[in-house]
Design a protein around this ligand. Structure first.
Ligand code: HEM
Length: 465
C-alpha cells in the first residue's frame, strides 16, 4: 500500500467514464505531480503527469506493467511492445533499420493511394450535405495503408484470406479494448468461456494463420534465386522484407515465432494509433477554420502545379506540422502508458517509490497541466514554433512517450498523418457538427464515444491534388 506522502485516490471505474480524462486534469491542481489510482482493492498505480516525474521513470528502461500489457500477449505475442531486457534490446536494434527514412520514403505514395480511396468515398457522402462520422473510414484507410507497408498489399490486392485477416485485426482491436475495461473479463479462464472470449480466440487464429502463411510464402519465394533478385530490386521494401533480412552482429536472425510477434505488433500498434491521431487532427482543423485555411494554403504552395506528394514535401509543411503537434498535445492518441519499477525511484521533490511499484504516465493530463502549458485548453500551434520549443522540458510533450521505450514508429506515423491530412484539406473544407461534438473516451487509444461527426464541403476539382 502507498504511504501518506501519496495523496489522492481515483478508482479505475471512474477513469473509464467519459469525462474521466478531464477529471484527472482537474486533479493536477489539487495534487501536483501525482496521485493514486486504484483498480479494485488490490491493484494500485501512481498516476503521474509532471515532466520531472515522467523523466525520473521513463528515461529508464523499466518493464511494462504486466497487469495491463499481458492482455496483449494472446494476439501480438512477445513483440517489441511487451518484450523487456536483452531480448527487447536485440529486437529494437534489428527493427530500427525498418524505420529508416529510405524505407519510409516510398510509403508516401501508398498512404496517398489509400487516402484517395477514402476521399472518393467521402465525396459521395458529402453530397448528402449532412455531417457524418469519419472515425471508422479513417480506420479502414489506416489499416489498408499498413497492410501495403507490411505485406506489400492493401484492399485493392486482397484475396479472401487477406480480407478475413483485415476483418480479424479490426475485431481483435475492439475485443481487446473491451476486455481491458471489463473487470469480469480479466481472468483468462472466465474470459475464454464467454462469447466475447471465444470470438477473440477465433479472430486470433485467423490473424496468426494469415501471418504464418504470408511469412512461409515469402520465405519460400526467397529460396528461389530469381524471386530473390526480384525482391531485392523491388521499388520499395515492405516491413516483412526488412524483418526477414534482419541479422544481428553474429548473423543471428529472428525466429518464426519472433517474426510473427513483430508483424502482429506492427499491425496492432500501427493502425489504431494513427486512426485516432488523424481523426482528432481533422476535428481540430474543423474547429479552427483560420488554422485550417493556413494549412491548406501552405500545402497548395508546396505542391504548385504538381498533383502528387513527395517525401521532401513533408519537411516543408511547417504550419501543418505545428497544428498536428498541437492536436497531439490536446488529444494524445495514446493517453496513458504503464510501467512496473524494476528498482526504486527518487523524484525531484524528495519523495520515492520502492521497486515493484506500478506507474501510469497520464500523457493527456501532462499535456494539459497548467504548470507546464499556459492556457492549456487553448489551441495554439505556435507553441511548437522553434523559439517556443527551445528551452521546453524534454518530457513536457510526449505523444510518442519518451526515453528508450519510446515509439519506434513515430517517423512513420508523422509521415502518414501529414500525407493524409494534407490530402484531406486539399479536397474538403471541414466544419464541426455542434449538435454532435465528440465525447472523449480513453480506450487504449483516445476515441470518441459518439464518433467524430464532421461536415465536409468539397472544394471542387480545381483544388484537388
Ligand atoms: C500517431 C501515432 C502513434 C502514436 C501516438 C504512438 C504512440 C506510442 C507510445 C506512447 C508508445 C509507448 C507505449 C508504451 O510505453 O506502452 C509506443 C510504442 C510503440 N509504437 Fe507507437 N505510436 C504511433 C504509431 C505507431 C506506428 C505507426 C507504429 C508501427 C508502424 C508503432 C509502433 C510502436 C511499437 C513497436 C512500440 C513499442 C516500442 C518499444 O517498446 O520498443 N507506433 N507508440
Amino acid at each position: 500500500c502507498w504511504g501518506p506522502e501519496w495523496p489522492g485516490l481515483l478508482l479505475l471505474f471512474q477513469i473509464q467514464q467519459t469525462g474521466s480524462l478531464d477529471k484527472v486534469v482537474s486533479w493536477t491542481h489539487e495534487f501536483p505531480y501525482a496521485h493514486q489510482l486504484w483498480v479494485g482493492q488490490f491493484l494500485g498505480f501512481l498516476n503521474i503527469y509532471d515532466p520531472d516525474y515522467a523523466k525520473a521513470v521513463y528515461s529508464r528502461g523499466d518493464p511494462k506493467a504486466p497487469d495491463f500489457y499481458d492482455f496483449f500477449l494472446q494476439w501480438i505475442g512477445k513483440g517489441l511492445l511487451v518484450l523487456q531486457g536483452p531480448k527487447w534490446f536485440q529486437h529494437r536494434k534489428l527493427l530500427t533499420p525498418g524505420f529508416h527514412y529510405d524505407v519510409l520514403k516510398p510509403y508516401v505514395a501508398l498512404f496517398a493511394e489509400s487516402t484517395r480511396i477514402m476521399l472518393d468515398k467521402w465525396e459521395k457522402k458529402a453530397r448528402e450535405q449532412k455531417s457524418f462520422d469519419i472515425y471508422s473510414d479513417v480506420g479502414h484507410m489506416a489499416l489498408d495503408s499498413l497492410m501495403k507497408c507490411t505485406f506489400g498489399k492493401g484492399t485493392s490486392g486482397l484475396n479472401d484470406r487477406d480480407n478475413n485477416y483485415y476483418l480479424s485485426v479490426e475485431e481483435l482491436t475492439l475485443l481487446m479494448q473491451q476486455r481491458i475495461y471489463s473487470f469480469q473479463y480479466h481472468n483468462d479462464f472466465i474470459y475464454f468461456l464467454t462469447p466475447h472470449g471465444r470470438r477473440f480466440l477465433r479472430a486470433c487464429q485467423v490473424a496468426h494463420d494469415h501471418t504464418d502463411q504470408v511469412i512461409r510464402e515469402r520465405k519460400a519465394a526467397l529460396q528461389d534465386e530469381k524471386e530473390r533478385e526480384r525482391i531485392q530490386s523491388k521499388r520499395h521494401l515492405d516491413f516483412l522484407d526488412i524483418l526477414l533480412g534482419a541479422r544481428d552482429e553474429e548473423g543471428i536472425k529472428l525466429s518464426d515465432e519472433d517474426l510473427r510477434a513483430e508483424v502482429d505488433t506492427f499491425m496492432f500498434e500501427g493502425h489504431d494509433t494513427t486512426t485516432s491521431a488523424i481523426s482528432w487532427v481533422l476535428y481540430c482543423m474543423s474547429l479552427y477554420p483560420e488554422h485550417q485555411r493556413r494549412c491548406r494554403e501552405e500545402i497548395q504552395e508546396i505542391l504548385g502545379d504538381r498533383d502528387t506528394l513527395k517525401w521532401d514535401d513533408l519537411a516543408e509543411m511547417t504550419y501543418l506540422t505545428m497544428c498536428i503537434k498541437e492536436s497531439f498535445r490536446l488529444y494524445p492518441p495514446v493517453p496513458q502508458v504503464y510501467r512496473q519499477l524494476s528498482q526504486p525511484v527518487n523524484f525531484v521533490d524528495g519523495r520515492s517509490l520502492p521497486e515493484g511499484s506500478l506507474i501510469s504516465l497520464h500523457i493527456y493530463a501532462l499535456h494539459r497541466n497548467s504548470t507546464v502549458w499556459p492556457d492549456p485548453e487553448v489551441f495554439n500551434p505556435l507553441r511548437f514554433s522553434p523559439e517556443n520549443v527551445a528551452g521546453r522540458h524534454s518530457f513536457a510533450f510526449i505523444p510518442f512517450s519518451a526515453g528508450p521505450r519510446n515509439c519506434i514508429g513515430q517517423q512513420f506515423a508523422m509521415a502518414e498523418v501529414k500525407v493524409v491530412t494534407a490530402l484531406c484539406l486539399l479536397r474538403f473544407e471541414f466544419a464541426p457538427d455542434p449538435s454532435r461534438l465528440p465525447i472523449k473516451m480513453p480506450q487504449l487509444v483516445l476515441r470518441s464515444k459518439n464518433g467524430i461527426h464532421l461536415h465536409l464541403k468539397p472544394l471542387g476539382p480545381g483544388s484537388e491534388k
